[in-house]
Design a protein around this ligand. Sequence first.
Ligand SMILES: C[S@@+](CC[C@H](N)C(=O)[O-])C[C@H]1O[C@@H](n2cnc3c(N)ncnc32)[C@H](O)[C@@H]1O
Length: 149
Amino acid sequence: MAVLPPDYDSDSERWTAWTSPFDVHEVVAPELGGPVLDVGCGEGRLASLLDSSVAWTGVDSSPTQLRANSYRPLVLADMRALPFRGGVFAEVTLLWCLYHVEDPATALREANRVLRRGGRCYACTSARDNDRLPLWLTKRGVLVRATKS
Ligand SMILES: C[S@@+](CC[C@H](N)C(=O)[O-])C[C@H]1O[C@@H](n2cnc3c(N)ncnc32)[C@H](O)[C@@H]1O
């Protein structure tokens, strides 16, 4: 099954044409204490909901999305090769971005690598073969503890 190719640089108006009034960001943001790595951060919707005391870093592979993001720091990078040392983040979020890569497991392994022990990963994605936007939240304790122990 094909991935959904990102068009954030070639057709930036498609992305800005619609905004959900309530999304997973509103669920996840109150749980974050930082330091948090927001993978596929886009224009900064999650960052806009965080208290200023929460240390946030955004990563995205789209220069156009990063230009539209007013939060800092921002890093231009691919979610499958995060340019960070291991074990530095208390939380990693991957909100509505995993369906853009052929190998989402690689991105999740990278998220796990940069997480501190006991840290949490929050990921949500739509299925490639339907548009019902199923939501799933994963806690690192469930997904990864067995791998790292
Ligand atoms: C649907 S947007 C979601 C943005 C934000 N997380 C949100 O929920 O508002 C998907 C984002 O993933 C980014 N993206 C796509 N492929 C990526 C990759 N391989 N590495 C990093 N970011 C990627 C896109 O540039 C885009 O900003």
